[in-house]
Unconditional design. Structure first.
Length: 324
């Protein structure tokens, strides 16, 4: 257990910074915006994918229950580390009662997080952690286990042998690293007859990932499987297979979104791992409120994951965690 007690009041110094950000965000002071509601600033890895909209929905729902106010913002592109650092610095300048943060780069945020700690502002990580012990807890999917589950299904679907390619969204965030390494490690330990091609990185961008998929297919006409590690990567993989006119390639994705659901229902994608983004947003706000109140927090909060395919996509349990 990681145990700390924080004061809800922030330090007196204010950084004079302004930015234009995607998502919602406005100024606040002393963690309460001048009123009685504690203010929690949330900076995510992005704002464009449906996943982040679902996290935002969960955070807003829980904020209403807890009687706190939140803002939720993120860069337009999940490659924009510098822009995210500006957002995080600006959030700190508002002197919130707590900060929620999903890191694009697991190391880049360290100086700003040190400032938060120095100002007694508790930090709750979500989705993707950082290389720091400053966040009191991390509300996230067990991405290594989830990627291993994807690898297991891939191996089963291609008959335990063949050639598989991976399109990963990045190599700087912990989610990118874990969804890559979890997939590779499971294959190496359990499917020795599956050949994994060198990992390709598509920045979570559909168009870039589609181009990568087409290049992989052209260079490997005997390709059996293709794994996309997030929403953009997975949709890009599907588009790449379609545009290449390739047949017999098993595509497995990660995350949800209407495009992936449609691809699974049409047979273009074999299945995918879905997270629980609404639950992640809820757990993030719960943890932030607990930190503000000086309560103990576990080192991590597992928000869960599920495998879904054509056989269970309509099940109530799965429908509850799909973000469309």
């Amino acid at each position: 257990m990681k145990i700390r007690r924080w004061a809800a009041a922030a330090a007196a110094g204010v950084l004079a910074l302004t930015i234009t950000a995607c998502g919602s965000g406005d100024s606040s002071s002393a963690g309460t915006d001048g009123g009685d509601e504690p203010y929690i600033a949330i900076v995510s890895k992005g704002f464009q994918h449906q996943f982040w909209q679902a996290v935002k929905q969960g955070a807003e729902q829980q904020a209403e229950k807890e009687g706190v106010r939140i803002t939720f913002e993120g860069p337009a592109d999940e490659t924009q580390v510098e822009e995210q650092m500006t957002m995080l610095t600006n959030a700190l300048a508002k002197q919130p009662a707590a900060i929620g943060f999903a890191a694009l780069d697991s190391q880049a945020a360290a100086p700003v997080l040190e400032q938060a700690a120095g100002s007694d502002i508790p930090v709750i990580a979500f989705d993707s952690g950082v290389d720091s012990d400053i966040p009191l807890t991390t509300a996230a999917t067990d991405n290594t286990a989830a990627a291993a589950e994807a690898a297991k299904h891939m191996a089963e679907l291609i008959g335990g042998s063949g050639t598989v390619a991976m399109i990963v969204h990045d190599q700087t965030s912990l989610t990118g690293q874990q969804r890559r390494d979890g997939f590779i490690e499971w294959m190496e330990e359990n499917a020795p007859d599956v050949e994994l091609l060198p990992v390709q990185y598509g920045e979570g961008d559909q168009a870039k990932s589609a181009d990568i998929a087409k290049s992989i297919i052209a260079a490997n006409p005997d390709l059996d499987g293709l794994y996309g590690s997030n929403e953009g990567s997975a949709i890009g993989a599907v588009k790449g297979v379609e545009e290449a006119g390739a047949e017999g390639i098993t595509v497995i994705g990660f995350d949800s979104g209407q495009a992936q659901i449609d691809a699974i229902e049409s047979g273009l994608m074999a299945g995918a791992i879905t997270q629980n983004p609404v639950g992640m947003g809820e757990e993030l706000v719960k943890a932030a409120v607990a930190a503000i109140n000086g309560e103990e927090l576990p080192e991590s909060i597992d928000t869960g994951f599920y495998w879904y395919d054509e056989s269970n996509v309509a099940d109530e349990e799965i429908q509850a965690v799909l973000y469309q």
